[in-house]
Design a protein around this ligand. Sequence first.
Ligand code: SF4
Length: 86
Amino acid sequence: MQFPKAVCLRVDPDVMFPSAKDTKGIALAKATCAFCPHNDECMEAALATPAGRDEGVRAGTTQDERRKIRRRRAAATRKGQQALAA
Ligand code: SF4
């Protein structure tokens, strides 16, 4: 998904797809997102993308970080549903 004022549209596309071990590259990609006005909607779009198909840094997070966010959200949802059922 693209956003009209996305900062990543103005950088080399490779910047947003650093390898998992490229800490400097990941930091650069995250810094790119830090100046973007679309962080919130970009994060929701990235989280709505099936895990494994959301490569690259998006909304200042890596693919692994988004996987953890999905797990935490799913756990919180389950916990909320259990509380409502109790
Ligand atoms: S938050 Fe980052 S990945 Fe998302 S549109 Fe902005 S610059 Fe691109």
